[in-house]
Design a protein around this ligand. Structure first.
Ligand code: ADP
Length: 507
């Protein structure tokens, strides 16, 4: 059926409101309707278009002349066609009824636009005798809706995939979002809590900190972070709450394992501190004992030695060779014992003497030590090279003792038949200096690197190379007492390097 001529359409109006002539009013209304923002289309009982306003033409882009009846169906989006046919068929059978729907309509430019239509069945009204369709373009709204639906979908996908639990409360504490992890951690399904008041489900008595901090976040409009123990689940949570105009977003995670670990670590630390105190006490007692014992042992030992000497001197004519040899062994033993006692005394004294901090010119100090070993060095044709010696602020006597002990060992443990080459150098480190004293001596097996720093630990028989096994123990104690560290690197047959660090109190 062809479209009706627009002029054929009839309008009536209330003359009391519009006090113009009837014809004027009709024209006025016609103009208003033709140019209104909304489009109007009239359909006959066969659902064929019998009239379209100019605005309908403007919205769809199609002029009346463009539209061929058999093509009209094709203007409806394929996905909307079937339900729209049923929708309109139902409407046609219920005179006087109005129904609203949205569907996609093909614009003349080839794109589909979204239209919202109010269909009114006025077939039985003699003056209209049509199904009236008031429609408007809602494409922009639909696009915005689907964009925000997409954004929401994205957001939800992220919130559902994160390991942290997450929920949103509105300003009246109603739960507006509750993710999967929140369901799991708080044992509360989403359906059971959505749109409920949070505090009706989780009493403030059970979560007093949350209650306080959520209110605080709202009041101050500042994010808050806290930890709370949830006794009902025997769980610790780390909670972050972010306030916004719409409410509060809460992100939380289960930190129970970390808390248990922390508590264990704390206990362990306390135990360790306790043990360290006990050890320090035991150590102090031992040192006191070593000091007293070595001090007191010297006197009787001196007596043993001197009486043995008297014996040898006074009864020389009556003691045979064997007897003299026994006396010699006894005196020698006593001498070695004296040395051990002296070393023990020295060991127990480390840290007891009250030295003053002073500027120590390390180059000068090393030269003094060189002089000390002058005779021995000459005999062995030893060469000492010294490089990069700084001036440090430290305790001179113990620092000298360390270098002296190490240089003494370099000379003592030289490779037979090879002139000792001793190098002393220093490197700056953050807290002070690291010194290295190396030699080309007999070297040390790696398995003995630790052992040699313990008291009485020797790698040689006394007859082979004399010593008490106390030198490095004393050296280590001095270095540690000065706040440093000592260690060794060595290759058997190639040589040894002792490293030690010293704090420079100037820094
Ligand atoms: P002592 O020299 O009285 O034996 P030390 O404590 O000074 O005691 O040394 C412990 C052991 O470490 C020595 O017996 C020796 O075997 C080894 N040692 C120390 N310094 C060196 C060195 N420069 N080269 C090779 N071995 C060394």
């Amino acid at each position: 059926m062809p479209f009706k001529e627009k002029s054929e359409c009839s309008f009536t109006t209330c003359e009391s409101i519009f006090p113009f002539g009837k014809k004027d009013n009709i024209l006025r209304f016609a103009k208003i309707i033709e140019n209104s923002f909304e489009g109007i289309t009239l359909l006959n009982k066969d659902l064929q278009i019998i009239y379209r306003t100019n605005s309908a033409e403007r919205i769809s882009g199609w002029a009346d002349s463009d539209l061929l009846l058999h093509e009209i169906d094709r203007l409806i989006h394929p996905s909307d066609r079937s339900w729209l046919v049923i929708f309109l068929a139902e409407l046609r059978n219920t005179p006087g009824q109005s129904k609203i729907c949205c569907f996609r309509l093909k614009h003349k430019n080839g794109n589909f636009i979204w239209v919202e239509c109010v269909f009114t069945n006025s077939l039985n009204e003699p003056e209209i005798a049509a199904i009236v369709c008031n429609f408007r373009d809602i494409t922009a709204r639909k696009n915005a809706e689907s964009a925000s639906a997409l954004a929401l979908q994205d957001r939800n996908m992220i919130l559902e995939s994160i390991d942290d639990a997450f929920f949103i409360l509105d300003t009246s504490w109603q739960v507006k979002y509750w993710n999967k992890t929140a369901e799991k951690l708080l044992g509360t399904p989403r359906n059971a809590i959505l749109n409920q008041n949070f505090w009706d489900v989780f009493s403030s008595d059970l979560l007093p900190k949350s209650h306080f901090w959520y209110h605080e976040a709202f009041k101050s409009n500042q994010a808050v972070k806290f930890e709370e123990y949830y006794s009902a689940f025997e769980k610790w949570f780390d909670i972050n709450a972010y306030p916004s105009e719409g409410g509060l977003s809460v992100l939380f995670k289960d930190i129970t394992e970390r808390k248990i670990f922390d508590a264990k670590l704390n206990d362990l630390n306390e135990n360790l501190n306790e043990r360290a105190k006990e050890l320090a006490l035991a150590n102090a007692e031992l040192e006191q004992f070593a000091y007293v014992a070595s001090h007191d042992l010297q006197e009787p030992l001196r007596m043993v030695t001197s009486f043995l000497c008297q014996l040898e001197k006074k009864y020389a004519d009556r003691i045979d060779q064997k007897g003299k040899q026994y006396i010699y062994f006894a005196v020698d033993g006593a001498r070695r014992m004296r040395q051990i006692i002296l070393n023990l005394l020295e060991f127990s004294r480390v840290g007891r003497t009250e030295d003053n901090l002073e500027e120590v010119d390390m180059k000068k100090l090393v030269n003094e030590i060189r002089l000390l070993f002058h005779r021995q060095m000459k005999e062995l044709k030893a060469v000492v090279t010294v490089a990069d010696m700084p001036t440090i602020v430290s305790y001179k006597t113990p620092v000298r003792q360390v270098i002296q002990n190490l240089v003494s060992n370099c000379l003592k443990y030289h490779s037979p038949g090879i002139a000792p080459r001793i190098k002393i150098k220093s490197t700056t480190i953050s807290a002070g200096y690291r010194f290295a004293i190396s030699d080309n001596g007999i070297g040390i097996e790696p398995e003995n690197f630790e052992k040699i720093f313990s008291i009485f630990q020797r790698l040689h028989q006394f007859d082979e190379l004399p010593g008490t096994g106390m030198g490095l123990a004393i050296t280590k104690k001095i270095v540690e007492n000065l706040g440093g560290k000592i260690w060794v690197e060595s290759k058997v047959g190639k040589g040894t390097t002792f490293y030690f660090t010293v704090i420079n109190h100037n820094k």
